[in-house]
Write a protein that binds this ligand. Structure first.
Ligand SMILES: *[C@@H]1O[C@H](CO)[C@@H](O)[C@H](O)[C@H]1NC(C)=O
Ligand SMILES: *[C@@H]1O[C@H](CO)[C@@H](O)[C@H](O)[C@H]1NC(C)=O
Ligand SMILES: *[C@@H]1O[C@H](CO)[C@@H](O)[C@H](O)[C@H]1NC(C)=O
Ligand SMILES: *[C@@H]1O[C@H](CO)[C@@H](O)[C@H](O)[C@H]1NC(C)=O
Ligand SMILES: *[C@@H]1O[C@H](CO)[C@@H](O)[C@H](O)[C@H]1NC(C)=O
Ligand SMILES: *[C@@H]1O[C@H](CO)[C@@H](O)[C@H](O)[C@H]1NC(C)=O
Ligand SMILES: [Zn+2]
Length: 481
């Protein structure tokens, strides 16, 4: 960086600082916040209890409990894919622990979930030279014939490129070497590669893993076959191998790959959503939900996705109970099952609890990492954001005061959010989340005790205050007037 650039950067930073100050002032003065002064005062009165929660988690006798309980669970069960015996044992364990630690109304609710089993699998580059390709079959993929599929491969960087070379795809393995833009934007290649390539007569697909960063690790995930095409085997390969295959093709080299997959889909299996509560002291029918999913992929340990989120939610109730804090409304922890196969547990739960829709005051979910927390991502009307900002200002000491919109990384609560129920997901320093996501690298080493202490302080405080204040979280403008 030269001096001139340096000065102009300094000026830019100064300018953006000034305009952010300006927008803060603007927000405070002109923002449509209609929280009545009594409610502002009431929220401020929770400072003592919030400090107690923070203190107990950061330096007191609850320090590292989220991390420790998660580590015990992860070390005991490892990964927990839907349909597995292991997931059901993990659910039993959580039910037992919930009772043991004094949670209330502990129970599970049954739901049929997909049962896909990977089996042994391999992808071997035969030509132009022999090399084992690190791969993972994608969830719901069919297997190959017992002897595998050996075929010439063709590499494309996009669905558009596939269309352009459609005439040359018949009988081949198509490799998708798409560029990673963002998870939301790029994941369509994992989801639809097989169907798009099958439409052109391909015999299998290999997809560059959906990740911004790779140490030659494949990342699995669910994929969807369209109804109208042949189901062909589909797997992910690493970014490194995908790039190499592209270079080989660009040099005019003929690529031959042998793919073997034993993947099988069995009939749906009974699983369970896991529920534990602290019953509300005054309005038990009104509910604040905290949640995360207990199932995971069948590689790595699912410590991050979503062990961290599930335990953040569950342990928030455990520590509130331990601290003797019973709010006016009911706090309900829900540990979803079969999120990875398409929010299967959540869909069933939302349907079964339609009768309570009016009583869901606020719904929270953590499923995008539990790195250093920064605040919340919120979906709802602006008045609710004002309430959350007032609550988060009580957490200034731990730097978790930001409210962004909308809530995301919270797929299991989206059904409720889209029905107008206000909710939030955890805002955290999740820049590296997709480095580990759905891969063998999703282990306990991703989780950090101090980040979990802070996240639990934030999560438990918000859940408690929202469940205890006089006013419901607003769904309609002017509700406070
Ligand atoms: C909590 O974890 C931190 C970081 O690993 C460690 O320094 C501290 O001793 C732990 N405290 C307890 C009570 O386990
Ligand atoms: C749960 O508790 C029951 C009854 O105490 C016990 O039989 C069972 O083995 C426990 N299950 C797990 C997974 O801890
Ligand atoms: C995978 O293959 C090994 C032998 O190569 C065998 O022992 C094992 O049972 C197979 N696993 C599955 C899930 O079929
Ligand atoms: C198959 O269905 C998808 C939508 O599910 C559609 O976009 C596609 O054009 C269809 N392909 C054929 C060959 O009919
Ligand atoms: C709603 O339905 C569920 C499940 O069917 C039941 O457990 C619950 O008690 C009902 N709640 C209300 C408020 O009626
Ligand atoms: C909050 O941020 C301040 C300023 O960067 C820092 O000094 C402090 O240690 C942070 N507190 C926590 C709990 O992370
Ligand atoms: Zn997840």
């Amino acid at each position: 960086m030269n001096l001139l650039q340096n000065i102009s950067v300094t000026l830019m930073l100064l300018f953006s600082y000034l305009s952010s100050l300006n927008s803060t002032i603007f927000n405070n003065e002109v923002n449509q916040c209609t929280i009545p002064p009594e409610l502002q005062k009431e929220i401020a009165s929770y400072k003592t209890v919030v400090n107690r929660i923070i203190h107990s988690l950061l330096v007191g006798d609850l320090q590292n409990t989220t991390y420790r309980r998660l580590a015990e669970f992860i070390d005991k069960f490892g990964n927990r894919i839907a349909g597995s015996e292991n997931l059901e044992n993990a659910i039993d364990y959580m039910l037992n622990k919930s009772v043991e630690l004094g949670l209330e109304n502990v129970h599970s609710e049954e739901v049929y979930v997909p049962h896909w089993v990977r089996g042994n699998e391999s992808a071997v580059l035969i030509q132009p030279r022999y090399q084992n390709l690190n791969m993972l079959g994608l969830g719901s993929s069919v297997g190959t014939p017992v002897d595998g599929i050996t075929a010439e491969a063709v590499v494309v960087d996009s669905f558009e490129e596939l269309e352009n070379i459609a005439a040359h795809v018949y009988g081949k393995i198509v490799i998708f070497n798409e560029r990673y833009i963002s998870y939301g934007e790029t994941v369509k290649y994992r989801q639809f590669a097989a169907s798009k390539a099958a439409e052109q007569g391909a015999v299998a697909t290999l997809v560059r893993s959906i990740t911004p960063f790779s140490l030659n690790t494949p990342h699995t995930g669910w994929q969807d076959y369209s109804d109208n095409v042949t189901k062909i085997p589909t797997a992910c390969i690493t970014a490194e191998d995908s790039h190499m295959l592209r270079r080989m093709q660009d040099r005019g080299e003929r690529i031959i790959i042998k793919l073997k997959m034993e993947a099988q889909t069995f009939s749906p299996k009974l699983s369970r959503n896991t529920i534990a509560e602290i019953k509300g002291g005054e309005k038990p029918e009104k509910v604040v939900v905290v949640s995360g999913h207990l199932d995971s992929w069948d590689v790595g340990e699912g410590a991050m996705d979503d062990g961290g989120g599930a335990f953040l939610s569950w342990n928030s109730l455990v520590i509130l109970k331990y601290l003797g804090l019973r709010p006016k409304r009911t706090l309900r922890a829900i540990l979803w099952t079969a999120e990875e196969e398409g929010l299967v547990g959540a869909q069933a739960y939302v349907k079964a609890h339609k009768n309570e829709t009016q009583n869901f005051n606020f719904v929270m979910e953590s499923d995008e990492g539990t790195f250093t927390p920064l605040g919340l991502k919120y979906t709802g009307i602006p008045d609710g954001k004002c309430v959350l900002e007032a609550i988060l200002s009580l957490l200034k000491d731990i730097n978790t005061t930001t409210v962004e919109e909308p809530a995301d990384g919270g797929p299991d609560i989206t059904f409720w959010l889209s029905e107008g129920i206000p909710g939030a997901s955890l805002l955290n320093r999740a820049e590296s989340y997709f480095w580990y996501h759905h891969s063998a690298a999703d282990t306990m080493d991703v989780e950090d005790p101090e980040a979990l202490n802070l996240a639990t302080a934030l999560w438990a405080s918000v859940a408690y205050v929202v469940a205890d204040i006089t006013a419901d979280m607003p769904r309609k403008p002017g509700q406070f007037l």
